[in-house]
Design a protein around this ligand. Structure first.
Ligand code: RB5
Length: 161
């Protein structure tokens, strides 16, 4: 059976955890490394979050994993890319339910918040989950996609009436 294709990236805050996850996940998934390729305390999470998000949005990977210090900066950045549904999940329920109900396609982790064992369990929960396809989940996803499309077209900027 074809392995799920995954792309993983991290800044200096998540570099060590990304390296460990990469080697563990490579046994069961096809994993591409979007960098950082070396520890550089001056690098920026935005660069790696953009690479991972573009790989997923462009169809070069099915799922993405991002690691930074808290997971927050990477998550905010990834969600700027149309088609990305990135979430910071530090509990396994959200890591799989976010895929099953919300079609989450990028998992963000904070290497300064959780340890490697928790991070690995979260990635496995995320990668093994599948979108339910149930009507209510498809309906909500479609509403979300409509909001994204309207925002891209410069629609409602949220001004008070
Ligand atoms: C880097 O020091 C840190 O700010 C970054 O990894 C991340 O935590 C941002 O959200």
């Amino acid at each position: 059976m074809k392995k799920l294709s995954v792309v993983i990236g991290a800044d200096h805050g998540g570099f060590e955890m990304k390296e460990q996850l990469l080697s563990r996940l490579a046994k069961d998934y096809e994993v591409a490394d979007a960098g950082a390729y070396e520890y550089n305390p001056a690098d920026d999470y935005t660069d790696f979050a953009l690479s991972v998000a573009q790989a997923v949005a462009g169809g070069r990977a099915t799922r993405g994993i991002l690691v930074c210090g808290s997971g927050v900066g990477a998550c905010i950045t990834a969600n700027k890319v149309p088609g990305i549904r990135a979430c910071l999940c530090h509990d396994t329920y959200s890591a799989h339910q976010g895929v099953e109900h919300d079609d989450m396609n990028v998992l963000c982790l904070g290497a300064r918040v959780i340890g490697i064992e928790m991070a690995y369990e979260l990635t496995v929960a995320f990668l093994n989950a599948r979108f339910s396809g149930e009507e209510r989940h498809r309906r909500r996803l479609q509403k979300l996609l409509d909001i994204e499309r309207q925002a891209l077209q410069g629609g409602d900027k949220g001004e008070a009436g």
